[in-house]
Design a protein around this ligand. Structure first.
Ligand code: CAA
Length: 258
């Protein structure tokens, strides 16, 4: 792939956005390549978790590629947003395995939106996060108006969006926008450790639990009912038999992932 580096390390797929000179800005090719990598990872049983990061020390991702969309029409703008959400941002959120964003430096616009689509976020102490779109005469278009409010609440989301200001890692941590803040050199390591930690658990149950959490944010779906249905389905899985048997036999579970 042109703009994505992929490495499978101990069952964790590390996807590195590799456009360092452009601060890893998300152009069409990068979005498509990430989308394809995620499709393949979803089907690959060797991949148990995914870490998304950006190349270099300066930026996770500095946003959608402004140079690419600067001359777009109304229709092209709408389709940029719709296609991006469909190909990448919703796909990350709906992945069947945990996705962890490892954020160093700038996570702006589409970059913060990508991190917010992930299930867990780790940021460096020098990270800067924001949705600067209104300063460009546009609005967050990759789910930012929705996911930021879900993570930090309406009041703080409104402030970040209308001021277009960046916040630092400490504020992001206090506001619940990131799960962990660590030194820059430890961001990837921390993200990998969380990915590894999930691998002791049933992949089927993890997928079902993540879907149940997301049900609350899906129009027309009752999260409690989704939880009941998913809970019940777990009882028909081999993972459930293995997990409960292992507990009773006082041994570590070896989940078949079925
Ligand atoms: N799109 C395209 N190119 C970008 C970019 C972006 N979002 N962000 C940075 N770059 C490019 C710069 O144009 C520059 O390229 P050249 O050397 O070819 O000129 C290179 O990356 C390095 O950037 P700077 O020289 O600007 O670096 P800096 O240290 O002076 O500033 C920065 C860093 C504050 C992050 C600044 O680059 C910046 O403000 N970037 C844009 C941030 C932004 O507005 N993001 C939102 C994009 S819109 C969006 O994401 C819409 C959506 O929701 C769908």
């Amino acid at each position: 792939m042109e703009n994505i580096k992929q490495e499978l390390i101990d069952h964790t797929l590390v996807l590195t956005i590799n456009r360092e000179k452009q601060l890893n800005a998300l152009n069409k090719t990068t979005i498509l390549e990430l989308s394809q990598a995620l499709d393949a990872a979803a089907e690959n049983s060797e991949v148990k978790a995914i870490v998304i990061t950006g190349a270099g020390e300066k930026a996770f991702v500095a946003g959608a590629d402004i140079k690419e969309f600067a001359h777009f029409s109304v229709e092209e703008g709408a389709s940029l947003s719709a296609q991006g959400q469909d190909l990448l941002f919703n796909k990350v959120e709906q992945m069947n395995k945990p996705v962890i964003a490892a954020v160093r430096g700038y996570a702006l616009g589409g970059g913060l939106e990508l991190a917010m689509s992930a299930h867990v976020r780790v940021a460096s102490t020098d990270a800067k996060l924001g949705l600067p779109e209104v300063g460009l005469g546009v609005i967050p278009g990759y789910g930012g108006t929705q996911r930021l409010a879900q993570l930090v609440g309406k009041g703080k989301a409104m402030e970040m969006i209308v001021t277009a200001d960046m916040i630092d890692a400490q504020d992001a941590y206090q506001w619940g926008l990131v799960n962990h803040v660590v030194e820059a050199e430890q961001v990837l390591e921390k993200a990998m450790a969380i990915a590894k930690r999930t691998q002791r658990n049933s992949p089927i149950a993890i997928n079902a639990a993540m879907k149940a959490v997301l049900a609350n944010y899906t129009d027309g779906v009752n999260g409690y009912e989704a939880e009941i249905a998913a809970f019940g389905e777990c009882f028909g899985t081999e993972d459930f038999k293995e997990g409960t048997s292992a507990f009773m036999e006082k041994r570590k579970a070896q989940f078949p992932g079925k």
